[in-house]
Design a binder for this molecule. Structure first.
Ligand SMILES: [Mg+2]
Length: 86
């Protein structure tokens, strides 16, 4: 298996772990597209802060925040922010 594919596989595995953790911690992360967008913006803001501050260990923290951004994006793609009409 090529190295890039192995790296991608590692990212997907970690993303799945992070997604499962997020679902446990926040079963209902947003109740509509605007709230979901707010969650995405908040995580992107945290990522930007880590990069802009550039304090020691920022690369690890930025990667952590990048996974937060990805988890929210995946939850939006899975339409977890959409509630069934009751
Ligand atoms: Mg975060």
């Amino acid at each position: 298996m090529p190295t890039a594919d192995k790296a991608l596989q590692g990212i997907f595995c970690k993303l799945e772990e992070r997604l499962n953790r997020a679902r446990r911690l926040h079963p209902e992360f947003a109740c509509g597209p605007y709230e979901a967008l707010g969650a995405l913006e908040a995580e992107a803001g945290e990522l930007a802060q880590e990069i802009c501050k550039g304090k020691p260990g920022w690369k690890e923290r930025a990667e952590d925040e990048l996974y937060d951004v990805a988890v929210v994006a995946v939850r939006m793609l899975l339409r977890e922010h959409v509630r069934e009409e009751g």
